[in-house]
Design a protein around this ligand. Sequence first.
Ligand code: ADP
Length: 213
Amino acid sequence: MKKLSVIFLGPPGVGKGTQSKIISGHFGIPHISTGDMLRAERAAGTPMGKQIQSILDRGDLVPDNLVVEIVKKRLAEPDCAQGYILDGFPRTVVQADVLEAFSPTALACNLTAEVPALVERISKRRSCPNCGQMIQSKSSGEERCPNCSEIMVQREDDREETVRNRLRVYAEQTAPLIDYYDRIDLLVSFDGMRDIDMITGEIIQDMERVRGR
Ligand code: ADP
């Protein structure tokens, strides 16, 4: 069976994190989110966390060498031997070149959506500081986590100004990776505006096809 080394491409808010979590559970392979790992560094106040704090808050990209180090270390862990879902990496051509030399990708899943829908989705996104659960906010008042009742919060970089910058950065630096993976015949695209379950079903089919090769 082929190793399920899978990456997720697509703009912020398209549902990469949501799909990655479900797919990771389905196949029993780790979900590796560079955004989560970088936010954890910041929360822990490590030297790297301090260095990247303002970059994260502006919605700019953390320097390639820092992210590449974190990802290489993580992919070398034993739980990645059967495969992994990379969410938020690669985000630049430099990162993709490093990744393909270090651990070749088997499938690149590209989720798509239009900008206005993304801005709307992200501005309504709330997450639980306790268990990480995400919801789409339905009111402007206080909302509690459906899992653990903690008060839900908005991610610092989910405010509208920062979201617009993240979308710009995506279009300039990350969108070229769609062509990059298409040219080496690894790309599959999914309309990210449809039902979560429908998208998951299609991704699973493609991954099973790749695994059986
Ligand atoms: P989203 O996909 O919703 O934009 P993420 O949680 O993936 O959010 O990333 C949040 C932030 O973390 C990015 O805006 C960027 O500053 C940083 N980041 C995450 N992954 C990378 C990466 N591969 N290269 C550079 N910066 C990254």
